[in-house]
Design a binder for this molecule. Sequence first.
Ligand code: ZN
Length: 78
Amino acid sequence: MKNHIRVIDGLGRIAIPQEITNSLGWCQWSKISVTKAGSNVVLKTFKGVCCLCGTENNLIPMHSTHLCQKCIDKIKES
Ligand SMILES: [Zn+2]
């Protein structure tokens, strides 16, 4: 995988490349565990969320991410 270099902003944030977030199924509301491992930082998926509404309930795996049953029903209705 490509080595991405990022600059930490004034609030301590970095942008994770979309190539990586997409491959991990991370989206706007994904909860990520951040831990220090020696001189490195490890990011791990903490808990799955629906990538359309952010709920943690009634999740259905969809490709590499999750959707909730309510959002799936709304998609089917439209
Ligand atoms: Zn949803």
